[in-house]
Design a protein around this ligand. Structure first.
Ligand code: ARG
Length: 665
């Protein structure tokens, strides 16, 4: 039941039957201008079409036009008679009978009145997609939980969803561990303890690569600083000689030169510090200067692998399963799974064809030895083969797209990937259009960065990104402190034993991280704050899980289960009387609308907002309406029905966010 869509379609018919609007052609857009009312005093919804429409037709002021629209509106089966307020707002209040009837229907419907899509779409979701061979870090949480939640919601709405984890299993990171294995690895230790051993090798080589880059960059930085010093000195001298207005301008230039110089000096200090850190590191310090060409050597190992070198291919085959096990552990813990995990390596045999076909079509041309697709609207071309013959990330994505279209024939493909890859996807989609692969809707479902509390990308002290697993452990610990706090006001009877505490802390801790991530508008960055995320009050998973547990405990205290409540409703019916009952029922009825707004802009945040609003409405209802000691048996029946429905809707909504509920907490 999409209440909002229903009202919008009634408004559309009304607008279309108003003679005075016959010249306006996009009436559907005006009909869509309906919002849930901010204040229940003004009803449940507010239609705002009269004001902008009055500007387009002569002879009516907005209030008069609103009256015309209301005269043509057929909604008595849904609403009380509409009222017109202020400059021409049309206020709508759902009829009590409509709400009562729909609560009864909802109780009978395990889907909580969420309709299945009339024309199901086939949608591929490409998400998580970490580069394996290095530990997953905090940045991977976003793609994983946003993609997982979108998959759950779209499936629930009746679409055919195909999930594909586009693993980075073929890139430089394998060159890194192969190089590491050959120079620092010990076959015995690697085979005994592969995962931490490979992670260690990755870290060593990665550090040494950074070290060599910093060392190589020092002379350039120093020269840059000398140049900037001279520039600043010249600017200062000019400013001293200038007069009046000109002097002010020159001083500004001198200041700007000074700022550039300080920035370059800071960069030099940072480079020197990181060099010193590696040199004094107990593990890699000794090796620091023994691998001057490590960056090129790692690229060479990677391209040897790509060319089919037997030794490297054998190492890759040996290491890949361990790398996959490692990420699988994280997915298990997050309850995330995929239909497919082809991974980049799968497309390797198709890359030559992709390039050849683009060349044959005249879309790709050679430039300085590289093969490129030049695109209007972009400064740089999309390079699909480097001059040394190596293929790129973009080539793989083109091959992947062709494969997906041929294999699945989807209507949509969603790429849940960091905003910073925006240009890559714009180019990919542009090339797809050029080559006629455009019968499918391609969307970069982008997301922002996870920041630490200082507002900078989250890093550990040593500068590496924070590992995802330790973050999950921290969240579970923090959740344990909150839900198992012996001083909590709510005392559970019987108290939780250790096993229950553990499983509640796991559900609450993991739920907290997911909920906070999903709750932010995906395009924005957000600051990671564990204490806030696990708090029992506020817009948190903990609060929503607690609300669910409360519905369970109310039913237990009254001594009824769901089927008892259904039976009572069959005799007593549902009669919403108290404003808090009504407000809660309205929220429950809006579940379908919330899910549709998730699909509309691929934003699980709408569902999080909905869960919070529902939990808030439930909490007000709880404060104001007794269930145990209700005024009469009939009143109690209505309230019990609301408790059952709230529990179901919150559980279902959290499930669609990938979050578990617990029976008590
Ligand atoms: N492995 C890539 C990375 O970590 C993300 C892949 C996203 N999917 C894609 N089809 N390009 O940056």
């Amino acid at each position: 039941m999409q209440v909002l869509a229903l009202l919008q379609s009634r408004f559309r018919s009304a607008l279309e039957s108003c003679d005075c609007l016959s010249a306006v052609d996009d009436l559907a857009n005006y009909a869509a201008l309906i919002r849930p009312a901010g204040n229940p005093k003004f009803g449940d919804y507010q239609a705002n079409c009269a004001m902008p429409l009055a500007k387009l037709v002569s002879g009516f002021n907005p209030r008069e036009l609103a009256q015309q629209i209301v005269d043509h509106l057929r909604i008595d089966d849904l609403c009380d008679p509409p009222t017109i307020a202020g400059p021409g707002f049309i206020n709508l209040r759902l009829a009590d009978k409509f709400l009562n009837d729909h609560m009864v229907r909802m109780l009978d419907d395990p889907r909580c009145l969420v309709e299945r899509a009339a024309s199901p779409q086939k949608i591929i979701i490409d998400y998580s997609s970490p580069n394996v061979a290095k530990p997953m870090h905090v940045g991977h949480i976003r793609s994983t939980v946003i993609g997982d939640s979108l998959a759950r919601v779209l499936r629930f709405l009746g679409h055919e969803v195909i999930t594909d984890n586009h693993l980075g299993d073929w890139g430089t990171q394998f060159g890194i561990i192969i190089y590491g294995y050959k120079h620092f690895g010990d076959p015995e230790t690697v085979s005994q303890n592969p995962v931490p051993e490979l992670a260690k090798l990755y870290r060593i080589v990665h550090q040494l690569m950074g070290y060599q880059k910093s060392v190589a960059g020092l002379p350039k930085l120093k020269a840059e600083i000398e140049k900037l010093k001279a520039e600043r000195a010249a600017a200062v001298a000019e400013a001293e000689q200038a007069e009046g207005k000109d002097a002010k301008k020159k001083r500004k230039l001198a200041d700007a030169a000074g700022k550039k110089l300080s920035a370059a000096e800071a960069a030099l200090r940072a480079a020197q510090e990181s060099i010193a850190a590696v040199e004094s590191d107990p593990v890699v310090g000794q090796q620091a200067s023994a691998h001057p060409n490590i960056n090129q050597a790692v690229l060479d190992e990677t391209s040897k692998l790509h060319r089919g070198d037997a030794e490297n291919l054998q190492l890759w085959n040996e290491f890949l399963p361990f790398c996959k096990d490692e990420i699988e552990r994280v997915y298990d813990r997050l309850h995330v799974s995929f239909d497919h995990t082809y991974g980049e390596s799968y497309y390797h045999p198709m890359l030559a064809d992709v390039v050849e076909d683009l060349q044959a079509n005249g879309l790709a041309t050679e430039s300085d030895g590289a093969i490129c697709v030049f695109l209007d609207d972009f400064d740089a071309p999309m390079i699909i083969r480097k001059s040394d013959g190596a293929y790129l990330y973009a080539t793989t994505d083109l091959a992947t797209l062709r494969f997906r279209l041929k294999t699945f024939d989807p209507d949509e493909i969603l790429y849940v990937v960091d905003t910073r890859q925006g240009e890559h996807f714009e180019k990919l989609f542009a090339v797809a259009r050029l080559t006629g692969l455009d019968q499918v809707k391609l969307v970069h479902v982008n997301f922002g960065t996870v920041l630490g509390e200082d507002g900078r990308p989250m890093k550990t002290r040593s500068g590496s990104l924070i590992g995802l697993e330790s973050l999950l452990d921290d969240a579970v610990d923090a959740a344990y402190q909150v839900v198992c706090d012996p001083d909590r006001l709510v005392k559970l009877e019987p108290p939780m034993d250790e096993a229950e505490q553990k499983s509640v802390a796991e559900a609450v801790g993991i739920g907290a991280i997911k909920y906070a991530d999903l709750g932010h508008d995906r395009a924005s960055d957000y600051r990671f704050n564990l204490a806030k995320m696990v708090a029992l009050s506020g817009n948190t998973a903990t609060y929503a899980q607690y609300s669910f547990a409360r519905t369970v405990s109310i039913l237990n205290r009254v001594g009824v289960d769901e089927s008892d409540v259904s039976q009572r409703v069959q005799t007593d019916g549902i009669n919403l009387n108290h404003p808090a009952e009504r407000a809660l029922a309205l929220k429950l009825l809006q579940f379908d609308d919330a899910l549709h707004s998730v699909y509309a802009d691929y934003g699980p945040n709408h569902l999080v907002e909905y869960v919070y609003a529902t939990a808030e409405a439930f909490s007000k209802f709880n404060d104001q309406c007794h269930v145990m000691n209700a005024e009469s048996a009939e009143v109690q029946t209505t309230r019990l029905a609301l408790v059952v429905l709230t529990g179901r809707v919150i559980r279902q909504a959290l499930q669609l966010l990938g979050i578990d509920v617990v029976q008590r907490m």
